[in-house]
Write a protein that binds this ligand. Structure first.
Ligand SMILES: Cc1cc2nc3c(=O)[nH]c(=O)nc-3n(C[C@H](O)[C@H](O)[C@H](O)COP(=O)(O)O)c2cc1C
Length: 167
């Protein structure tokens, strides 16, 4: 039997959501799944995939535009396969402490395409993150990398298991 193919697409401004997508891709490949990781704005066709993971960074309470447009552009094909969404954002440990629901826009999009699940992962703002707000956050001790590789991998393996048992 051919390996299942999963697309992991991400909308990232400064790279930390891309890092989460890479981690998911690596874990899925460890489960024997042919995982392809792509920036969301490069996704033009998802019909080759048995499942799709789509993630976006949160900025000012909204999902990254590239992830939003990817979901909209591919809605018809996404509706026909299992889809999982994730968001990355909180620059503190809240995402590890309790489940953070999707923004209303993401929840609407999930409903439209019948996405199975959503999870929020902690994000990152470091001295390398460009921009005035990021600089000010780091300056005031409010930065840090709150991505939790173990939690990301566990979620990916859970997806791997579901894809593996989807006919
Ligand atoms: C200007 C700015 C606005 C942000 N707004 C939010 C927000 O509304 N909610 C949230 O959870 N995180 C917010 N964050 C944190 C980012 O989502 C976090 O840094 C994320 O890891 C960025 O992902 P990226 O590096 O892939 O762009 C914000 C960060 C910046 C710099």
């Amino acid at each position: 039997m051919n390996a299942k193919r999963v697309l992991v697409a991400y909308g990232s401004r400064h790279g930390s959501t891309a890092g989460i997508a890479d981690e998911i891709g690596k874990a899925l490949r460890g489960d024997g799944i042919d995982a392809v990781v792509l920036p969301a704005d490069e996704v033009t066709d998802v019909s080759d995939y048995d499942g799709v993971v789509l993630g976006g960074a949160l900025y000012a309470g909204r999902w990254n535009g590239k992830a939003r447009r990817c979901a909209r552009r591919n809605a018809d094909q996404l509706r026909r396969r299992p889809v999982w969404f994730f968001s990355s954002g909180p620059v503190d440990s809240t995402a590890e402490q309790h489940d953070i629901p999707p923004t209303p826009g993401v929840a609407r999009r999930m409903k439209k395409i019948g996405a199975r699940e959503h999870v929020t992962f902690g994000g990152a703002v470091t001295a390398e993150t460009p921009g005035r707000i990021a600089r000010s956050m780091v300056h005031h001790g409010k930065g840090g990398d709150f991505r939790d590789p173990a939690r990301i991998q566990a979620w990916a393996h859970h997806i791997g298991k579901e894809v593996g048992t989807t006919p």
